[in-house]
Design a protein around this ligand. Structure first.
Ligand code: AQP
Length: 338
């Protein structure tokens, strides 16, 4: 085994499986933008993951542009970071197949997200939904990414990525793929559903009232926070007082993440306040922080050709990193090239 040192590089992605929601922004995009300039950053719109559940073709193309617009509107600089959509770099699918042959069925059976999404009807879901964590490992390792910022829900998949890298290196007696570190920090790594604080906020959740969409206007945001589930108690005096109060914890975490403060700061400011005071303050804060982003998203979406150009340029730059790593992987595995 050699002792390879890997250049620090960030990779992460978002599925265009619907419009962006607040959890995607606070748990992912805002943190992605914060890592820009600290090391090389590669960010993807993972359209191949989106089709693990049915997507209308015209809506998929539109959602791909909308996720790209979300990244850009939140401050991603496409000259500083690489921004592209996954299907334009075919090496993802190719390395994904190799990792399907490295990952064990027993490992995939432990993935809680598949169990949550497929529920009791697992047989009726696509094979892609079951196998997608191996493709996600390929997304990450195709860039030899050392750091992957994600929300809490993706932690298990980044751990699987580490297992795949270790098994590949061990089986082929190489030190080729890094053991990637998941970066999960800040108060909003798991933004919860506004109507049920025990469930994650999702793009594809059943009711629109359970999530804040990045395209919601001020009235909608105010209405959704006003109707958000809370509880009968006023806000506590300390964060410890939030134990067993999932809805209260969620609203305070959202406030903290939007305002770049800690949940303890929020509790200190609103100790003993009633929800009738806190919820309008949260709605005002959310509108102040999100309106400039949604306004910029709308401006960008009015010029789809420019978004396509940015994604095309990013894809070419992504291929420059990915293709040599894929070729070397094929050599290691023994794929003949003539
Ligand atoms: N509720 C959340 N809180 C914090 N982070 C979240 N992320 C998603 N929801 C939350 C983070 O956003 C990034 C992109 O996620 P994704 O779109 O690729 O997949 P997902 O986690 O399955 O997102 P959704 O919104 O729940 O999509 P659907 O409903 O289509 O499955 C990841 O870093 C994720 O952790």
């Amino acid at each position: 085994m050699t002792n390879t040192t890997f250049t620090p590089r960030v990779f992460s992605g978002i599925k265009p499986s619907g419009g962006l929601q607040l959890g995607n922004y606070l748990g992912a995009i805002k943190r992605f933008v914060g890592m820009q300039g600290q090391m090389e950053t590669v960010y993807c719109v993972v359209d191949m993951h989106a089709i693990t559940v049915w997507q209308d073709p015209a809506e998929l193309a539109n959602a791909t542009r909308e996720v790209a617009a979300g990244y850009l509107a939140a401050g991603l600089d496409p000259t500083q970071s690489i921004l592209f959509n996954q299907s334009q770099v075919s090496a993802h699918a190719e390395l994904g197949w190799i990792f399907n042959c490295v990952a064990r069925v027993g490992w995939m059976n432990r993935m809680t997200q598949f169990k949550d999404k497929a529920g009791e009807n697992a047989e009726k879901h696509s094979l892609g939904l079951y196998a997608y964590p191996a493709l996600m490992a390929a997304d990450i390792l195709l860039y030899h990414a050392t750091h992957v910022p994600v929300g809490e829900d993706q932690k298990q998949h980044v751990e699987l990525t580490r297992d795949i890298a270790k098994k590949f290196n061990h089986d082929y007696k190489v030190d080729f793929f890094p053991e990637t570190t998941p970066v999960i920090d800040g108060p909003a790594t798991r933004v919860m559903n506004l109507r049920d604080g025990t469930k994650k906020m999702s793009k594809s959740g059943e009711s629109d009232m359970e999530r804040i969409n990045m395209t919601d206007d001020a009235d909608k945001i105010a209405k959704k926070f006003k109707k958000a589930k809370s509880d009968a108690e006023p806000l506590p005096e300390t964060v410890e007082g939030l134990a067993d109060r999932p809805e209260a914890r969620n609203l305070i975490d959202i406030y903290a993440a939007l305002n770049d403060v800690t949940p303890a700061d929020v509790v200190a400011e609103y100790a003993g306040a009633q929800w009738g005071k806190f919820k309008p303050a949260l709605a005002d804060l959310a509108v102040a922080k999100l309106a400039p982003i949604s306004g910029e998203m709308a401006r960008l979406m009015a010029d789809p050709a420019e978004i396509d150009r940015i994604l095309g340029d990013g894809s070419a730059r992504a291929r420059e990193i990915a293709e040599p790593i894929l070729r070397k992987t094929y050599d290691i595995v023994g794929m003949l090239r003539s």
